[in-house]
Design a protein around this ligand. Structure first.
Ligand code: AMP
Length: 136
């Protein structure tokens, strides 16, 4: 199995998992735009939105909505940025929805995505806070 996100779904690659249901897995992006940046992937491999079976659109978008709600309730985000790259600018060819917590004045503009890093142990803290709302 070569796909990185399939390996994460299978538990063969580490990830800070914040959401899991029958169809979708949600985990922290390793290079977040802002801390708490979550990727939602269909468990079943599809490359892009064009290959996503229509019945999967509802669970995937519902998971994005739940993640956005958790960023508000648990992280105090004022809003979110929800996005998906398809082929162009898509660095992992397993469909994924980015949900990024936003705050007014956070400096995010246009389509340039600055990245930050988690300090040691910090990703786990963010995972626990989001999981609190999404899994527990
Ligand atoms: P995109 O460039 O839209 O395809 O997004 C792919 C995202 O996957 C990027 O934001 C990467 O930081 C993220 N990423 C790459 N490898 C991993 C990994 N092992 N665990 C979590 N996120 C990853």
């Amino acid at each position: 199995m070569a796909c990185l996100f399939c390996k994460i779904v299978a538990g063969d690659e580490p990830a800070e998992v914040v959401l899991e249901d029958e169809h979708v897995l949600g985990f922290l992006d390793v290079r977040p735009v802002f801390k708490g940046h979550t990727l939602l992937v269909p468990r079943e491999h599809v490359d892009t939105l064009l290959e996503l079976p229509e019945p999967m659109t509802v669970p995937l978008f519902a998971a994005a909505r739940r993640a956005a709600a958790a960023m508000s309730s648990e992280l105090g985000a004022q809003g979110t940025f929800v996005a998906m790259n398809n082929v162009v600018s898509q660095s992992v060819p397993h469909l994924h929805v980015h949900v990024v917590p936003r705050t007014k004045g956070d400096g995010l503009r246009g389509f340039f995505w600055p990245r930050t890093r988690y300090a040691d142990g910090e990703a786990r803290e963010y995972r626990d806070r989001l999981r609190h709302a999404l899994v527990d």
